[in-house]
Design a protein around this ligand. Sequence first.
Ligand code: COA
Length: 125
Amino acid sequence: MNIKYIKNGTLNAKELITVFKDVGWNKQVDNIVDAFKHSFYVLAYDDEKLIGFARAISDGHYYTGIYDVIVKKDYQKNGIGKKLVNFLLEEYKGTYFFLTSTEGNKPFYERCGFKENQNGMWIPK
Ligand SMILES: CC(C)(COP(=O)(O)OP(=O)(O)OC[C@H]1O[C@@H](n2cnc3c(N)ncnc32)[C@H](O)[C@@H]1OP(=O)(O)O)[C@@H](O)C(=O)NCCC(=O)NCCS
């Protein structure tokens, strides 16, 4: 396994969707590249194959939200997810970071340094 990480690299909608689908997420193909372009993102490749990514939206000074942290199933539990998150934490060092974990993944984010916030709220779609 030869994993390389590329910040704000070239985006390909089909490649992104393949990764989302691998972990059972449905995303609209039409909007996905645009959504990434409005974010700071890191792409993880095994040679030429996209195998994961993570993205953040920040005001650059105070607050940063983390979204779409995904590693393809065959590549999970190799430290790739943590590395992706660390790129985002490094990029916006000094801001507050927020995210909503998916079911069962709180321990992963705890390993990345996150703590539970009992007052977090959202409006589900
Ligand atoms: C969550 C996800 C990104 C983790 O990626 P990963 O590459 O497997 O994670 P890492 O190997 O970097 O794990 C880092 C640490 O967290 C631990 N960890 C990872 N997932 C875990 C889980 N579900 N439960 C408990 N611990 C977990 C690892 O064992 C590792 O521990 P260590 O630091 O002691 O070695 C990956 O499982 C995934 O893509 N899941 C599906 C999509 C998803 O739900 N993403 C979260 C969006 S909010």
